[in-house]
Design a protein around this ligand. Structure first.
Ligand SMILES: Cc1cc2nc3c(=O)[nH]c(=O)nc-3n(C[C@H](O)[C@H](O)[C@H](O)COP(=O)(O)OP(=O)(O)OC[C@H]3O[C@@H](n4cnc5c(N)ncnc54)[C@H](O)[C@@H]3O)c2cc1C
Length: 370
């Protein structure tokens, strides 16, 4: 086990940090991506990162990347989250939608979508959750019915971030049953790359305590989607979703944002505080589990660590919110930082799968593996 960074990796981190100091407005670090986002701000930052080769370094060279190691992607992600993930909403495209298109897409789909993502200009949203399906995506009801030349999509997606600004939707729907003769099972889940200006799509903002423009309901009323916008084979959606969720989990080192908030609290007053110490400890645990996922992904393994890491991250964020709340009372720490971290402590237990469901997944795996 090697926990250290090489000299080249340390130099890379310091170069990214310097470049972010130049291109990210100083107060941006106070905001969490999904709490406060702007398409213009995201493009301004991402276009400059693309110019310096720091937007998609982990992508293949032919699609604008430099085939950088997964550890460089971790360093890049940590530095981004340290300043509030200024790529948002584009972190979806960069970290898992683009890689899914690269892996499962046709040549035409790659040519059509990847260059714009790699240039820092594309805005996507992720259309998975529904009124009765979030942690358990096997319950989605949105249908894609085959018609001549494509599909007609009908259904409602809920809690969709960035739907107000997105140009495309990474949409999960059900097609009529496909029987996989080789495996002897039936499949329906399928991914589509849908233009958000297609006739029949309606986006409505859902008011929430988290903030404005965070959540949306997206209705699909008989929306035509051409066959060449289906990602992968009909019924192959699970494989795409699994790969996308694994990439998403490995590429959101949120513990770094929590640590940055704790650092700010200490800078305001270095009085000893057990709650702050506890929060740092949880962040350190979340970091180690996140590194284990990266290491396993590199070796092509899957395990309960992905669920455990996400669940533990929630504990880290919650501990951070609680520590900062106490600190605010004691030292008069900036109320905005404290408020955002308290919200993050709640959000992290739901977004990306409910905390209890992640615990169940981890327990089931242990029971199976022994
Ligand atoms: C900030 C934010 C942004 C989001 N953005 C998107 C987006 O862009 N695209 C998208 O598709 N979705 C998005 N979501 C939705 C998110 O993926 C879902 O909220 C999440 O998967 C949980 O699903 P759910 O809301 O249906 O809750 P459920 O899975 O129904 O869980 C709700 C609650 O029920 C309880 N519960 C559920 N199952 C169990 C169990 N087995 N044991 C014990 N208790 C249980 C838990 O208390 C849980 O907190 C976002 C959510 C948030 C908070």
């Amino acid at each position: 086990v090697e926990f250290g960074w090489s000299a080249a990796e340390a130099a890379y981190r310091s170069a990214i940090r310097d470049s972010l100091r130049r291109i990210v407005p100083p107060d941006r670090g106070r905001y969490r991506a999904s709490l406060e986002h702007s398409a213009e701000a995201s493009r301004a930052v991402c276009e400059r990162l693309a110019e310096s080769g720091d937007l998609v370094p982990h992508w293949p060279i032919e699609w604008g990347g430099s085939a950088a190691s997964a550890w460089r992607q971790v360093i890049l992600g940590e530095e981004m989250w340290r300043v509030g993930e200024p790529r948002a909403p584009q972190y979806l495209n960069i970290n898992f939608i683009g890689p899914a298109i690269s892996r499962f897409g046709t040549e035409d789909q790659r040519q059509r979508f990847l260059p714009r993502i790699a240039a820092g200009q594309a805005l996507w949203c992720q259309g998975f959750s529904e009124p009765d399906a979030g942690s358990d995506l096997s319950r989605i009801r949105t249908t894609a019915t085959p018609v001549e030349g494509g599909y007609v999509v009908r259904g409602v997606k809920l809690w969709i971030s960035y739907a107000d600004v997105a140009e495309h939707c990474f949409l999960l729907a059900r097609v009529p049953t496909v029987v996989d003769a080789a495996r002897g099972d039936k499949r329906r889940r399928t991914l589509f790359l849908v233009d958000m200006d297609s006739p029949g799509i309606t986006v409505k903002e859902i008011a929430s305590v988290i903030g404005r423009h965070v959540f949306h309901e997206v209705r699909f009323d008989d929306v035509f989607v051409a066959t060449n916008r289906r990602l992968g084979e009909a019924g192959q959606g699970w494989a795409v979703v699994r790969a996308a969720l694994a990439d998403e989990r490995a590429s959101a080192p949120e513990y770094r944002q929590a640590e940055a908030a704790l650092d700010a609290a200490l800078a305001a007053s270095d009085a000893e505080d057990a709650a702050v110490g506890e929060a740092y400890l949880r962040c350190a645990g979340a970091r180690l589990l996140a590194y284990e996922i990266v290491s396993q992904q590199r070796d092509g393994k899957s395990s309960p660590v992905a669920s455990q890491a996400r669940a533990y991250l929630h504990r880290a964020r919650r501990a951070t919110g609680e520590a900062l709340e106490q600190r605010l009372a004691d030292t008069g720490l900036d109320a905005w930082t404290e408020g955002v971290e308290l919200l993050n402590g709640v959000i992290s237990g739901v977004a990306g799968g409910a905390y209890e469901v992640l615990l169940d997944a981890s327990t089931r795996w242990r029971a199976k593996e022994g």
